[in-house]
Ligand binder design. Structure first.
Ligand code: FES
Length: 144
């Protein structure tokens, strides 16, 4: 079996939603200090719906494919659904990632939640920090 699924290769070669949203409503950046990769997510939000999303990833192919798939999965969705997006869902949508590359998909989940937090903070919208954890040091301890 090939190491990477067709879907991973497709999203790696033709990533969707790459770029920057200049007037984003929320921006989230997640990094993995071990590999040094960084992912940044930009959200446009209207009436609780994610109307647009873009990403920049300075990272490995799996991180690029994960960001691309994650943006596709949350585009047009309500905040309540976007916040539930897990790295497992991203990985499943990609038809799997090799075990040692699973941590790459965690960046997408974290960056999206941080972008949602940023949106709430900017608009004085209360949220439960437990539902939007700031990965902080946690991510370095748990992704490897
Ligand atoms: Fe760092 Fe993939 S190796 S995100």
């Amino acid at each position: 079996m090939a190491l990477y699924s067709e879907k991973v290769m497709d999203h790696f070669r033709n990533p969707r939603n790459v770029g920057v949203i200049e007037d984003a409503d929320g921006i989230g950046e997640a990094g993995n200090p071990v590999c040094g990769d960084i992912m940044k997510i930009y959200l446009k939000i209207d009436n609780d719906i994610i109307t647009d999303v873009k990403f920049e990833t300075f990272g490995c192919g799996s991180a690029i494919a994960s960001s691309s798939m994650a943006t596709e999965l949350i585009k047009g969705k309500p905040i309540s659904e976007a916040k539930e997006l897990t790295n497992k869902a991203v990985t499943e949508a990609l038809d799997g990632l090799p075990a040692h590359k699973l941590h790459c998909s965690v960046l997408a989940e974290e960056a999206i939640r941080l972008a949602l937090r940023d949106y709430f903070d900017k608009n004085n919208i209360p949220y439960d920090p437990a539902e939007y954890p700031d990965p902080g040091c946690e991510s370095c301890c748990h992704t490897h």
